[in-house]
Structure formats: structure tokens, C-alpha cells
Design a protein around this ligand. Structure first.
Ligand code: HAM
Length: 527
């Protein structure tokens, strides 16, 4: 007997159930509405991309790539790998061997068509030709039943069959396929930049403004507000201009959204981390200063002095805070252009009435940033209080092989935004079930079905019990389901064409014919 087993969601992943999912949909819908008023269009990206894309853009030494990526081995494709294994295992069974050889050839053809075979290796193609010929010969030999039986019973009597098998096995083991690794996306900016290049979006007029909504994956230690599959709503602007007004407008859009969804207990932090001219010099200066205080720093910071000194500034360790405060600040080491860009950004934020705090330690955990970086924290989230992060990434498209392009964007952590909205009790009361149709008697059922359909066509949420229920039980269920109204349809009502609509909150009842009923419920829904 098979063992009874209960499955649970994998650690760090979770299900979003109703009624929470309605809140999620409302949040995402509001984001779409707000973003579209700023001229953004949605981009739907793949959930996995070439691993190299993330390594290059997010950075090989970042935690996200070096520790938290979920990778997929696309090399191990079944149409070749499976038959290859079984083929080698069945060298003493000519019939099975020939069958697997056929499957292998089929897999190789498919792999060849999809470019996954080592392109440079002509000998792979040669191998296919040779294997095809061996397959033909083997197939012919084993088609003769007598020969087949004999060769299986007494292999030594048919050295030609076993010779063919030996040759084929030897050739098969030499077949190589191009190794190809993909990663489940830990974030979407890299994918957006890849798509921007792939679709030649630099030729589009004006700035390209894109937003995305969807799951991201990072193998982090799960805790409140931190999951291994989490969700982001993000927006990116790519184009030729790096005008600080773009940065400011992106921030304005973000804050308009937060205002609309009632996320008001928030704080915006901004910083400039310089460009490829001034930042390397600052990083060297910082590294030098960090070397001097190395003994007082923990293991993570030690490592980062070599790999990425800027990340030391991100440390949350209490014992490192006093030391970090004494370190040189990037704001004192920005080049004239970066300084002017940052000054203009602050002016633009002021113009828009946006409150912010400068935070010189805001360096962010991804390598592609230049100049503007920002983060928004929200109340009610504990230690994982960053509800949004973003910044400029002017060199990213070029780094990925595209044209010189400027870019800026952000991503909101939807899980955290929802948590904060729920904790702040600012969640809106979303319309739930409108009408519960309490029908009784087989003759009233067709009318109940027809009215339910009409109400639903008017956009009203309707629950129609699939089986007849006792009146009291039916109303009890309507209550438990949170319906606003119960519509009572019995055989008398069907005969008279007048139905009873009962408001469940206060028991108010009214008798209405079908037209009045639809009109009444529609006006209630709109109000
Ligand atoms: P990020 O700061 O890595 O930036 O992530 C953005 C937001 O995603 C965070 O502020 C947080 O709210 C949420 N988040 C990150 N990791 C988790 C997790 N494990 N569980 C729950 N929420 C999480 C980026 O991803 C950049 N791509 C943002 C960006 C867009 N920069 C420019 N354009």
C-alpha cells in the first residue's frame, strides 16, 4: 500500500488565500492604475533567465547571486539524457539497446533543432550519422527473430551484433551537450534590461516606461516579511536621459501609490553612490580606512573589505555601528557631475513636496546601481521593514551588450506592503459576496438560476446553493459566507414574480419584482 502523505508548501513559500488574495489583487490593480497614469505599460517577463544574466547585472559577489539563487540545469534535458543512460545499461539486451538507440537519435534530432547540442562539435553530427547507420544495421539484425533470440542466449555466436552494440555505446558516451544554467529570477531589473536590448526598444520614441508584477525567488532565511518566493510590483524607466526629474517623478509615482493604498506610515531615504568616475576612488579610500579598523569588524565585513567594501556600510551589527559612523562618506567624494545630479534631484523632490531623508549608508545590495539610490521603510514590519528599494543603473544595458542607456526604477515588496497595510488597519473593506439566493422547492430552481445569472451580469457577486436546503440552514449559511443580502425565492414568489430581498446586517426586508430588484441592487452596488 502506498504511504499516506500530507504535502505542505515548501519552506519560505506560502499560499495567499481569500480574502487576503482580494487585498493583493486590489493592491496590484491600484498599482497598475497609478502607473498607467504616468505612462507606464506592463512587461511580462519569464520567471527564469540565463544564470549569466543575473551574475553580470546583479553581481557575482552579491548575496543575492552568490548565496540566494535558485538554479536550474537546462543541460540535463530528458530527450537525450534518459535514453543515453538506459542505452548504456542495456548493452547485453540487443532488443532494448536498439529501442533506446532509436530514442537517443530522436532526442539528438530534437536537441539539434533547438540548438542545444555543442555547436562547435562537428563530431557530434558525425556521431549522429554513425549511430543512425548502426541503428539501421541493428534494426535489420534483430528483425530476424531467430537471430535475436540466439544472440541473446549465446552472444558469442553473433559477434557482429555485439560489435555493433559496442561501437554504438562508445560513440554515444562521447556525445556532449552544451551546458546551460538558468536561474529563477531574484529580481526583475536584469530581465527588463535584457528585454529592452532584445526587442530593440532604444528605437522607441521617448523614454521607455515599463512596470511588472510577479514572483521573485531568493533563498533567504525565512522570517516575517521575508520569503523565498515573494512578490514585487516594480517600474523601470530606460532611455537616453538621466535627468533628475525622471528620478523625482518615479519617486512621486511610488508615493502616490502608497498614498492611494493607505501606506502612509513610511519613510523615504535617498542617497547618491556616484558614478564609474568617482565611486572607484571612494571605494579605494573606504577600503583603506576599513583595513585600519579591520580587527573591530565581524567576519562578514572582513570578507566585504575585499569583495565589496560599500556593503560594509549596510551592516546591521550593533557593535559595528560606531565604527561605521567614523568612515569617510561618499557625499564628500562625489564628482562634480554626480554632486550636481544629486542636488538637482533634491530640488525636484522639494518641488513635488516629497519628504525624504538623506542616508549616506544606503548603498543597496545589487551591483548595477549608479548615482541615485533609495529605499522606503514602512511601519509594522519588524526588522524586514524595507518595503521598496530602487535607484539608477545607467551602465546596465551597456554591460549586457546593449547601447548606452540610462535607467532608473524601483521594486515594491508586495508581501511587505500588504503586511504593513494590514498591521496599520488601513486595509479597505472590499466588497465581498453580494447576494445569497435562498431558493426552495424544485419549481423555483429555474427562476433562481436565471436571476443569479442576471445579477452576475450586473457585476454582483452571487452564491447559488447547488442543492435545496432548509430555509433556516440556507439563511445561516448566507450569514456565515458574509453575504450582504439573501434573496428568497420560493414557489409562491415564482408564481407572483415578486421576491423578498433581506439585508442580513439589520434584517430589513423588501419585496421587489425582477426589474426593481436589479435596479435596487445596482444602485446599492454603485453607492
Ligand atoms: P531589492 O531591494 O532587492 O531591489 O528588492 C526590492 C524589495 O523587494 C525590497 O525592498 C523588499 O520589500 C522586497 N523583498 C526583497 N527580498 C524579499 C524577500 N526575501 N521576501 C519578501 N520581500 C522581499 C530589487 O529587487 C531591485 N530590482 C529594485 C530596482 C528596480 N532597482 C531598480 N529598479
Amino acid at each position: 500500500m502506498t504511504e499516506k502523505r500530507q504535502f505542505r508548501a515548501i519552506k519560505g513559500t506560502r499560499d495567499i488565500l481569500p480574502p487576503d488574495s482580494a487585498l493583493w489583487n486590489w493592491f496590484e490593480r491600484t498599482a497598475r492604475e497609478v502607473f498607467e497614469t504616468y505612462g507606464f505599460g506592463e512587461i511580462r517577463l519569464p520567471v527564469f533567465e540565463k544564470l549569466e544574466l543575473f551574475v553580470r547585472s546583479v553581481g557575482a559577489d552579491t548575496d543575492i547571486v552568490s548565496k540566494e539563487m535558485y538554479t536550474l540545469d537546462l543541460t540535463a534535458f530528458p530527450e537525450v539524457q534518459g535514453p543515453l543512460r538506459y542505452l548504456i545499461e542495456s548493452t547485453d539486451d540487443p532488443l532494448r539497446f536498439t529501442g533506446w538507440l532509436y530514442e537517443l537519435l530522436r532526442g539528438l534530432t530534437l536537441a539539434g533543432e533547438s540548438d542545444r547540442l555543442e555547436k562547435a562539435a562537428d563530431w557530434t553530427k558525425e556521431a549522429i550519422t554513425k549511430l543512425t547507420e548502426i541503428h539501421r544495421q541493428l534494426h535489420q539484425a534483430i528483425a530476424d527473430d531467430r537471430l535475436l533470440m540466439e544472440s541473446q542466449r549465446e552472444p558469442s555466436k553473433h559477434p557482429e551484433i555485439h560489435g555493433l552494440i559496442r561501437d554504438a555505446a562508445l560513440i554515444a558516451t562521447s556525445i556532449r551537450v552544451t551546458p546551460e544554467m538558468a536561474g529563477l529570477r531574484p529580481e526583475a531589473t536584469a530581465g527588463v534590461a535584457r528585454a529592452y536590448i532584445e526587442h530593440g526598444m532604444h528605437t522607441l520614441p521617448g523614454n521607455v516606461k515599463l512596470y511588472y508584477v510577479g514572483p521573485m525567488f531568493r533563498r533567504e532565511r525565512p522570517q516575517k516579511g521575508r520569503y523565498r518566493q515573494f512578490y514585487q510590483v516594480g517600474a523601470e524607466v530606460l532611455g537616453q536621459s538621466d535627468a533628475p526629474a525622471i528620478d523625482a517623478e518615479v519617486l512621486e509615482m511610488l508615493l502616490v501609490l502608497f498614498g492611494r493604498v493607505g501606506l502612509t506610515n513610511i519613510k523615504l531615504y535617498v542617497n547618491s553612490i556616484g558614478c564609474k568616475e568617482c565611486r572607484p576612488k571612494y571605494v579605494e579610500l573606504l577600503r583603506g580606512e576599513l583595513q585600519k579598523v579591520k580587527d573591530k569588524l565581524g567576519a562578514d565585513s572582513h570578507r566585504r573589505i575585499d569583495t565589496n567594501p560599500l556593503r560594509v556600510l549596510d551592516s546591521k551589527l550593533p557593535e559595528e555601528q560606531a565604527i561605521i559612523e567614523t568612515l569617510p562618506r561618499i557625499s564628500d567624494h562625489l564628482c562634480a557631475d554626480c554632486l550636481a545630479h544629486f542636488a538637482k534631484l533634491k530640488e525636484e523632490l522639494k518641488l513635488r513636496g516629497i519628504d525624504y531623508e538623506e542616508n549616506w549608508r544606503l548603498v543597496r545590495g545589487l551591483d548595477y546601481y549608479t548615482r541615485t539610490t533609495f529605499e522606503v521603510t514602512a511601519a509594522g514590519l519588524g526588522s524586514q521593514n524595507a518595503v521598496c528599494g530602487g535607484g539608477r543603473y545607467d551602465g546596465l544595458v551597456e554591460l549586457l551588450g546593449g547601447q548606452q542607456t540610462k535607467g532608473i526604477g524601483f521594486a515594491i515588496g508586495t508581501d511587505r506592503a500588504i503586511l504593513s497595510i494590514q498591521e496599520g488597519a488601513t486595509a479597505p473593506k472590499l466588497p465581498g459576496l453580494g447576494v445569497y439566493v435562498a431558493w426552495m422547492g424544485a419549481k423555483s430552481y429555474p427562476t433562481a438560476v436565471a436571476i443569479a445569472r442576471k445579477l452576475r451580469e450586473c457585476g454582483i457577486g452571487v452564491e447559488l446553493p447547488p442543492e435545496e436546503m432548509k430555509f433556516k440552514k440556507s439563511l445561516g449559511l448566507a450569514d456565515k459566507l458574509g453575504a450582504r443580502y439573501a434573496l428568497i425565492i420560493g414557489e409562491d414568489e415564482v408564481a407572483s414574480g415578486v421576491y423578498t430581498l433581506k439585508r442580513l446586517a439589520d434584517g430589513d426586508q423588501r419585496k421587489l419584482n425582477e426589474n426593481d430588484l436589479l435596479e435596487y441592487l445596482e444602485s446599492e452596488r454603485r453607492s
